[in-house]
Design a protein around this ligand. Structure first.
Ligand SMILES: [Zn+2]
Length: 320
C-alpha cells in the first residue's frame, strides 16, 4: 500500500499533507492541481489511508487499510464525471453521504476527480458544502485544469500544486513495477512528467520488443542457415540477453499453444493476430515440443551452458 512517504516526485505537496496529518490540522478542502498521471489520486488515497489508519504511514494490514487497498472503505467517497460532466445529482448524493457520521474512521474523505468538469449547477451545489463543511470530513478535489473551475470554489480550497514528475522518478516507479530498466528509462524521458503516459509508452515498447522477437524467431529457416546462426549469436551473446529472450519466448509460445488448443485466454493479448497465425502454422503437439525446448534451454542457460549454443539448438528445432 502506498503511503505518503512512498509518493515520488511530489515532495512539497507530500510534506504539507504529512505535517497537517501529524498536527491533526487537516483542512476541510484541498485542491490538488497538476497534469494527468502525476500522482494526484495516488496521493489523495495515501493521505486518506493514513487518516483512516491513524498513522502517518498506513500499516497496510489493519481492517481499515485492507478496505482502502480494495477502495471499499465505507468512509471513502469517490466522485468522477458521469459521462462528460460531474452532475448536480452526484454532488447532492455526496452531500447526503457526508451528512452522516463516519462509519468506522475518525472522519470521511471525499475525492472528486476531474473537478473542473463539474457543470455550473454542480459547482454551485458543492460551494454550499465548502462554505459550511460538515464536521469530520475532508474534500479532496483533483484537477488538471483549475483555472476552468468556479473562482468561488477555488478560493475555499487549500491549493496544492503537483509538478510533472521528473523522469528519474518515473523511471524508478516503472522499474519498481517490474519493467526493464532500459525500456523504463526511454519511456520516462518521453512521458512529459506523466506516469500514465510513461506506463503506456513502456508497455508499447514492451509490445514492440515481443513482436520483433517473435517475428525474428519464427522466420528462421534451415534454408538460410547463416541468418539463423547470426540470430543465435545476437540473442545468445550473454546469459542475461538469452534468459530474457527465452523468458519472453516461453510466454509467447505458451499463448500459441493455448490458441492451438482453442483456449482463447492468453497473456500477450496485444499480439493476438500474430500468435493466431503461428498457432495455425503447426500442430499443438509441435508447439508443445518447442515450448518444452525453450523451458529446457532456459534451465540450461541458468546452469551455465553456453547461451549461444542453446539458442542455436532452439532455432534449429524451430526451423524444422
Ligand atoms: Zn492500517
Amino acid at each position: 500500500m502506498i503511503a505518503l512517504s512512498g509518493i515520488k516526485g511530489q515532495e512539497r505537496a507530500v510534506s504539507v499533507l504529512s505535517r497537517a496529518a501529524a498536527r491533526k490540522r487537516v483542512a476541510h478542502a484541498y485542491l490538488f492541481e497538476g497534469i494527468e498521471g502525476c500522482g494526484k489520486k495516488t496521493t489523495a488515497l495515501a493521505f486518506a489511508a493514513g487518516l483512516f489508519c491513524g498513522a502517518p504511514n498506513p500499516c497496510g494490514t489493519c481492517p481499515s487499510c485492507r478496505k482502502m487497498l480494495k477502495l471499499q472503505h465505507p468512509d471513502l467517497h469517490m466522485v468522477e464525471p458521469d459521462g462528460q460532466f460531474i452532475k448536480i445529482d452526484q454532488v447532492r448524493e455526496l452531500q447526503r453521504e457526508l451528512s452522516y457520521r463516519p462509519v468506522e474512521a475518525p472522519l470521511k474523505v471525499a475525492v472528486i476527480e476531474a473537478a473542473e468538469r463539474m457543470n455550473p449547477a454542480a459547482g454551485n451545489a458543492l460551494l454550499k458544502t465548502l462554505e459550511e463543511p460538515p464536521g469530520n470530513s475532508v474534500l479532496i478535489l483533483l484537477s488538471e485544469n483549475a483555472p476552468g473551475m468556479l473562482p468561488t470554489v477555488l478560493s475555499r480550497c487549500q491549493r496544492l500544486a503537483f509538478s510533472p514528475l521528473p523522469s528519474e522518478a518515473l523511471q524508478e516507479i516503472l522499474i519498481d513495477e517490474g519493467f526493464e530498466p532500459e525500456a523504463a528509462r526511454y519511456a520516462a524521458v518521453m512521458a512529459g512528467g506523466s506516469l500514465a503516459k510513461a506506463r503506456e509508452a513502456v508497455s508499447e515498447a514492451g509490445g514492440a520488443r515481443r513482436r520483433d522477437l517473435l517475428e525474428e524467431v519464427t522466420a528462421v529457416s534451415v534454408r538460410e542457415i547463416a541468418s539463423l546462426f547470426s540470430l543465435a549469436e545476437k540473442l545468445g551473446k550473454d546469459r542475461e540477453t538469452a534468459t530474457e529472450a527465452l523468458d519472453l519466448l516461453k510466454g509467447l509460445f505458451r499463448d500459441i499453444l493455448f490458441l492451438g488448443r482453442g483456449v482463447p485466454e492468453i497473456v500477450n493479448d496485444d499480439l493476438r493476430p500474430l500468435l493466431e497465425r503461428e498457432a495455425e502454422r503447426r500442430s499443438p503437439e509441435e508447439t508443445a515440443e518447442i515450448l518444452e525446448f525453450i523451458i529446457r534451454g532456459e534451465q540450461a542457460v541458468r546452469r551455465n551452458v553456453n547461451p549461444r549454443l542453446t539458442m542455436e539448438n532452439l532455432f534449429l528445432k524451430l526451423a524444422h
